[in-house]
Design a protein around this ligand. Structure first.
Ligand code: COA
Length: 468
């Protein structure tokens, strides 16, 4: 807890900033429970239950609100945050560290707070020696995602939260230990990714420098020290992908951590959730889909060729990765940001430009086809995954390392929520389950009651009319 106790750093400490916000948030939770305990805010339908609780506002989230119209972080859109949050010198992208501070505190960090926060993170990045040995001892033919999950799980022995729970710390203090772990993991995750990347590609390990931010340290470690555009792309993605409310990975981590699972294993569980092709694996799958298309049709494929190819794919009852969204019904703000990035950071290599132009062409041909051929698809437009992986591919990042690139952002973003869950003392998630037979019985009872009430109402109406 040195960060909380050192008075010299108290004014700029993230621990202090979170501590200052806690009383007002606890008061708000108290008000909700005292003044509105039994208020109904949503009627649960059979469709909600059969369709993955879609559209059901039932997860309390401290840092963001998701809706079909997009996501807002502490009430602010991505566009607003882009204007408000500080950027590192010589950078035009939001600093991921600033975004993280904002998620924790709902405040824009001062330059001193941001620098102190960044230094604190870098000082936590180095892995303990036994974790380095464990990580470096993993066979390089183990898929990168598996190596990352294994290393995270190994590091769980260093959880300060678990140590505090084991020692019997007061539950009101547990958020501080989650925050300790959260900051360690925020810094260590890109370190683990860089280390595994370096091991797989035979690169030397680099000590992390306090003079560089997380993204620049990561870029240097994977041999891209001088690739400014790649570092900028990293900063942009790590800011934009931090939190996505109730996405499958965030929700998985929320559920797992609600039983006081340590933050390392919680993040490993979220990573595993991300490997589902309907969720974050779609990033790499989209690249593979596009490359297969190019291999079949050549780099100069026309829109008609693309339409025929995608139409045949759909005839096989397959998913087109990178299209559709379980929640959003407006253009994905992250896709807009990725497209803007491409426009402002054009490649000097014409082959890369041609490749990315072809991807944009695919992204414009697919939606009308999906609209025509996939019945009931709610949003046929490309999501961020339709472009993000292809940009990484253009930068030379192997598909194997794409999920982990984005997980470096999603993990710290979720851990903010885990800190706040403990600060607010929220309960373990434990909804009821019911079988389809029970569901049918409940629905039939409800319909029967409604019919009876409807008949009564009608009768009453007639009676009133007669009386009149
Ligand atoms: C994101 C996704 C899981 C949302 O699923 P959803 O909420 O069920 O979406 P919808 O309600 O619009 O789906 C209606 C139908 O369209 C299908 N559909 C949705 N997206 C599709 C796609 N990209 N390609 C083909 N079919 C699709 C669904 O499978 C569903 O078919 P079904 O009725 O036979 O089960 C889905 O769009 C998808 O699989 N997309 C591709 C993977 C992807 O890009 N994931 C990352 C999302 S950020």
């Amino acid at each position: 807890m040195s960060s909380l106790l050192n008075s010299e750093t108290a004014a700029v400490s993230i621990f202090n900033a979170v501590a200052q916000r806690i009383p007002s948030r606890i008061a708000l939770a108290g008000k909700l429970l005292t003044e509105h305990r039994q208020s109904t805010i949503h009627e649960l339908t059979v469709e909600n239950i059969l369709h993955g609780l879609r559209g059901t506002p039932c997860l309390l989230w401290e840092i963001s609100e998701t809706s079909p119209l997009g996501i807002k972080y502490h009430g602010k859109t991505v566009t607003e945050l882009n204007a408000l949050l500080p950027k590192w010198p010589m950078s035009t992208q939001i600093s991921p560290e600033a975004m993280l501070w904002f998620l924790y505190t709902a405040e824009i960090p001062t330059p001193t707070q941001l620098k102190h926060f960044s230094n604190d993170l870098i000082s936590r990045a180095e892995l303990p020696l036994d974790a380095q040995t464990f990580c470096d001892g993993l066979s390089t033919d183990i898929p990168a995602d598996t190596q990352i999950i294994m290393t995270l799980s190994f590091l769980s022995r260093y959880s300060k939260f678990t140590a505090a729970v084991t020692k019997g710390a007061h539950k009101n203090d547990l958020w501080k230990y989650v925050l300790e772990d959260a900051l360690d993991i925020t810094a260590r995750f890109p370190m683990i990714l860089s280390r595994i990347y370096a091991n797989v590609h035979g690169l030397p390990h680099q000590p992390w420098s306090i003079d560089l931010d997380l993204a620049a340290n990561y870029a240097r470690h994977i041999g891209r020290e001088h690739d400014t555009d790649y570092t900028e792309f990293t900063r942009m993605c790590w800011s934009l992908y931090m939190d996505h409310g109730t996405s499958v990975s965030a929700h998985a981590m929320r559920l797992v951590s609600s039983a006081w699972t340590d933050p390392y294993l919680t993040v490993a569980s979220g990573y595993i959730a991300g490997t589902g092709p309907l969720h974050a694996k779609a990033i790499g799958d989209s690249v593979m889909f596009n490359l297969a298309l190019i291999s079949a049709l050549g780099p100069n494929a026309t829109k008609e060729d693309i339409a025929t190819h995608v139409g045949q794919h759909l005839l096989g009852g397959k998913i087109v990765p990178g299209f559709g969204h379980a929640l959003l019904r407006v253009p994905d703000a992250r896709l807009v940001a990725l497209t803007n990035f491409l426009e402002t950071h054009p490649s000097s290599d014409p082959k890369v430009d041609d490749f990315l132009n072809l991807i944009q062409s695919i992204n414009s041909v697919v939606p009308p086809l999906l609209r025509e051929k996939v019945q009931g698809m709610r949003n046929p437009h490309p999501n961020a995954d339709a472009l993000s992986g292809s940009i990484l591919h253009a930068y030379g990042v192997p598909v194997d390392f794409m999920l982990s690139f984005f997980a470096c952002s999603r993990a710290p973003g979720f851990l903010v929520q885990q800190v706040w869950d403990r600060a607010l003392g929220l309960s373990m998630e434990r909804p009821l389950s019911l079988t389809m037979d029970e569901l049918l019985a409940k629905a039939e009872t409800k319909t029967a009651n409604a019919t009876t009430n409807g008949v009564n109402g009608h009768t009453n109406g007639v009676a009133t009319a007669n009386a009149h």
